[in-house]
Design a protein around this ligand. Structure first.
Ligand code: XMP
Length: 519
């Protein structure tokens, strides 16, 4: 299958480039910018894209590209497209000049195409494009031609037909460049001559065969099932491949949403007929360990460790009955892998999520069938596998659950209050028909007591913050500008129906500078 490699220079849109290429029907993967040539050769790419990034090419510490890579692509007629930082870098390495300009271009710009070329094939002469960089090319290298300009940027796109090097100063991968997809399509098919081979339809059959080959006919697999999209799709896929040789362990940590433990059990045991679904109720254990713990990182640590303890104990118990448990499945998806690898070295790390890593001494072999997929691809696979929409389209829910949505210490009373409020919010959002258009919607319990009036009585109760955000890539998120009437209805229902809350506030913080969760 043809593959396009995206080399990551720390740009916030790197994943978006890969996703766009896959949407166009060509498989694409991200590699770190300092990857060695042998790695690239192994992948046999049909084309390479150099991503954007926050640095300036002339800075000493700016991420570089090994010169051998451009020699290799030229010798082997592999086209390279630089986007923003990548655009500067190609020119910087090819005898051109990049400088910081006083008049920087951020936001929408009017692009004028200077001559006919394959990159802009079948596009009008003027295009709206999205710019986001302070540097620009001031001198073009030998063999290169300026393909397009803007009012302030004389080389907004370039090409070198002989060396198959191309660059665009703007971002074709973002929706704010309305014809960006067409430009990428031209690069992929007209310049890169890729075949349209990446389709999800055949993926399930291929994976089922691959899983069966790997696991063999006798071995068993264990999977920690949280009921979230990734682990549910992993479970459904493995179940299709090896049936009841899949053992799912579902741990109730006491930090789940209202009724979640019943819904997940019903779904897998009754609807999908999983015979080896093991429910472990560890609510008391978790809540006892979390008693009086206020520090968010400490909460995460305790939850992570306790989960491992519970999961290991259950696995040991199962291993006594089934000596052929040999694999541990995980619902890792592509961004999880790439974000924790060297690829993100140059991008700023905002926060560690302290997600689970299982102990090194576990002798089980790991299997991660979704490891190359993006979330939207995982969702499509889930639907194909027959999982219901309400599971597949569910909003993300953090591993530490409601613990990071209660500011300060956690107890059952607070958790129950939050569960009630959250259920009201989600139901109202679903009734309004907007659930799927939102990235996440949830309530947060704030242990801040303020005064209120209920009937003839004064109340002195806690606060609930409603957090609803829109996002496409989770790196940035905007608070949703919800209809006032809907917000009013949600707030009054929570105050009237949930004992323990007498004030509701709406969070209007965007990310950045805020985060989505509260802790
Ligand atoms: P933040 O709060 O960093 O969240 O803007 C970004 C996304 O990550 C989720 N999140 C977590 N997920 N364990 C998880 O598995 C965590 O500790 C955690 N903290 C945040 C959050 O729900 C959002 O989707």
């Amino acid at each position: 299958m043809d593959i396009i490699i995206v080399l990551d220079f720390g740009g916030q849109y790197t994943h978006l480039i890969t996703r766009r290429i896959r949407d166009l029907g060509v498989y694409s993967e991200i590699l770190p910018h300092d990857v060695n040539l042998d790695e690239i050769k192994k992948k046999k790419p049909k084309a390479i894209i150099l991503s954007g990034g926050p640095s300036s090419v002339y800075e000493q510490k700016a991420p570089k590209l090994n010169n051998q890579i451009l020699q290799f692509t030229t010798e082997n007629k592999i086209p390279v497209l630089g986007i923003c930082y990548g655009h500067h870098l190609i020119m910087h390495m090819s005898g051109g000049k990049v400088e910081s300009k006083e008049k920087k271009e951020y936001g929408k710009a009017n692009l004028i195409i200077l001559e006919e070329n394959l990159l802009f094939d079948s596009l009008e002469k003027e295009q709206i494009v999205w710019m986001s960089h302070g540097d620009q090319i001031t001198e073009i290298g030998p063999g290169f031609k300026a393909y397009a300009k803007t009012e302030t940027c004389p080389v907004a796109a370039f090409g070198n037909q002989q060396k198959l090097l191309f660059g665009v100063q703007f971002h074709p991968e973002v929706v704010n460049t309305p014809n960006g997809n067409k430009i990428l399509e031209n690069f992929v098919y007209k310049i890169g001559k890729c075949k349209k081979e990446w389709k999800l339809e055949g993926w399930i059959d291929d994976q089922v065969k691959e899983i069966r080959r790997k696991i063999g006919t006798d071995n068993r697999v264990i999977l920690g099932l949280s009921g979230g999209v990734d682990s549910s799709v992993t479970a459904a896929l493995l179940h299709k491949a090896i049936g009841d040789r899949l053992h799912c362990i579902f741990v109730n940590n006491g930090l789940l949403r209202k009724n979640e433990e019943n819904e997940v059990q019903e779904m897998f045991k009754e609807n999908l007929k999983f015979s080896n679904f093991h429910y472990v109720n560890a609510e008391d254990l978790f809540l006892n360990k979390l008693l009086n713990v206020k520090d968010p990182e400490e909460k995460r640590r305790i939850i992570g460790h306790t989960f491992i303890e519970v999961f290991e104990n259950k696995t040991i118990e199962l291993e006594k009955v089934h000596s052929d448990i040999k694999y541990l499945a995980q619902g890792t998806i592509y961004p999880d892998r790439v974000e924790t690898s060297a690829t993100s070295k140059v991008s700023a790390k905002i926060k560690s999520h302290h997600n689970l890593t299982l102990p090194d001494d576990m002798t089980l072999k790991i299997i991660e069938p979704l490891k190359d997929l993006y979330k939207d691809e995982v969702r499509k696979i889930g639907l194909e596998l027959g999982l219901p929409e309400h599971i597949v389209k569910r909003h993300p829910f953090p591993g530490p659950g409601l613990a990071v949505r209660i500011v300060g210490s956690i107890d059952k009373h607070r958790l129950d209050i939050l569960r009630e409020a959250d259920e009201i919010l989600i139901n109202e959002i679903k009734n309004a028909g907007i659930y799927e258009s939102l990235w996440q919607a949830f309530c947060v319990f704030l242990p801040l007591k303020t005064v209120g009036i209920m009937g003839d009585f004064r109340t002195y109760e806690n606060m609930c913050s409603i957090r609803i955000v829109e996002s496409t890539d989770v790196m940035t998120a905007n608070f949703a500008k919800l209809d006032w009437d809907l917000l009013e209805k949600i707030a009054s229902r929570i105050i009237n129906e949930v004992q323990g809350i007498n004030r509701v506030v709406y969070d209007i913080t965007n990310k950045p500078p805020g985060t989505i969760e509260y802790e």
